[in-house]
Design a binder for this molecule. Structure first.
Ligand code: FNR
Length: 367
């Protein structure tokens, strides 16, 4: 219990103070729009609203889960409240971080609870896949999932898949046998949407197809190019061997742009495209490739840790302006039209995708 909470603090500290991002790119440098000299629309009429899991949001951006697990008034509590106030004002979805701490130390539940400041926000709870493994030290099931959702009045639950992080940390939970079967039981037993979520190493088409077959409602692909959890663990590693292992796997995984194409082409699931989304042009590309939403975590951590609601809103409004501008320059009035504009793939991403999906077919039909 105490260890889980301590670990969370360390993660936030490293993410605030060090470079924890991938050295590799997210792949969107190989995805291109074709500029349109005659957009035949007015910039003012562009509508950024999107539908996702039965709800309508003003902007296609989600703040994905980061934290929780401290007492009221302390850092995680403050971060979640700050993000919640921003998300409420912008009408965008919000995730909280892993609620494992809350299951182990129920007195920390208020650090995840944001309904008092965000009565309408679409809120996503969060638990980790290894806790559902057959050999987990303390195995979670339907009971823990319902507790995590209902205690904070969430609208959905994200189950994070983080084998990379667990594999490079000394105390890591690498009990992944039987997770898919356990998740199948959950999706069939509860009425809330279950979102399968990576944490920075990307989801392949093979995994996505399995997740779709067991009834998950959406996938957050969280690919390579942004926060690297092997990177975070590098700073936490206590010895030479641990540091070496984490450094070796710093950029391990599937680039966000590639993961998005694989999952979009191979399933019908709504997709949250996250992992290194740092500007609105990149975000517009992800939406054009068929993502329902883009997700961000690290870019809003700093203002959130300061309790700066306006700071969080400013970061997101900046992206919104850039997305809108990109949409104007390709003549898309809304996200649906954006999915029909031409896109061109080059270089590494094209080479990869030509071996993994029917790229021509994907370019034609991404909706
Ligand atoms: C995360 N992330 C994360 N994901 C999750 O499912 N449960 C969690 O508890 C956490 N915790 C967490 C803490 C911090 C400080 C960061 C920065 C991130 C992962 C996050 O939701 C996201 O998938 C990745 O960080 C990729 O997005 P960015 O950071 O590149 O925008």
């Amino acid at each position: 219990g105490t260890r889980t909470v301590l670990r969370k603090f360390e993660h936030i500290e490293h993410c605030l103070k060090r470079n924890v991002e991938a050295h590799a790119t997210n792949g969107f440098e190989d995805v291109h729009f074709v500029h349109m000299s005659l957009p035949e629309i007015d910039k003012d009429e562009i509508d950024l609203s999107v539908k996702f899991l039965g709800r309508k949001f003003d902007y296609p951006i989600m703040i994905t889960g980061m934290t929780g697990g401290t007492r009221k008034g302390e850092v995680a509590w403050k971060i979640n409240r700050t993000l919640a106030q921003a998300a409420e004002e912008l009408n965008i979805p919000l995730g909280v971080g892993s609620q494992r701490a809350m299951i182990e130390k129920p007195e920390t539940w208020e650090s995840y609870y944001v309904r008092d400041v965000a009565p309408n926000v679409f809120l996503v709870g969060n638990l980790g896949a290894p806790q559902f493994g057959r050999n987990a030290k303390r195995k979670y099931g339907v009971k823990e999932v319902l507790y995590a959702i209902e205690k904070i009045d969430a609208d959905a639950i994200a189950i994070h898949m983080n084998p990379l992080q667990e594999s490079v940390q000394p105390e890591g939970d690498t009990t992944f046998s039987g997770v898919l079967e356990a998740l199948a039981e959950i999706t069939s037993s509860i009425d809330y949407p279950v979102i399968a979520k990576e944490t920075g190493a990307g989801v392949s088409k093979e995994v996505a197809i399995k997740l779709e077959s067991i009834g998950v409602s959406a996938i957050d692909i969280s690919g390579v190019g942004g926060t690297s959890w092997s990177g975070v663990e590098y700073y936490r590693a206590k010895d030479e061997l641990g540091k070496r292992l984490a450094l070796r796997f710093w950029d391990w995984g599937i680039k966000t742009a590639i993961s998005l194409a694989e999952v979009r082409f191979s399933t019908n699931l709504p997709i949250i495209a996250s992992g290194g989304m740092r500007d609105g042009i990149t975000m517009a590309k992800a939406l054009a490739m068929g993502a329902s939403l883009v997700g961000i975590a690290l870019p809003v951590l700093k203002p959130a840790a300061k309790g700066d609601v306006e700071g969080v809103i400013k970061v997101i409004k900046g992206y919104v302006e850039e997305i809108k501008n990109a949409m104007f320059l390709v003549g898309a009035r809304n996200v649906e039209e954006l999915r029909k504009v031409p896109i061109v793939f080059t270089g590494f991403v094209r080479e990869w995708l030509e071996q993994r999906i029917d790229l021509q077919e994907f370019v034609k039909k991404r909706g």
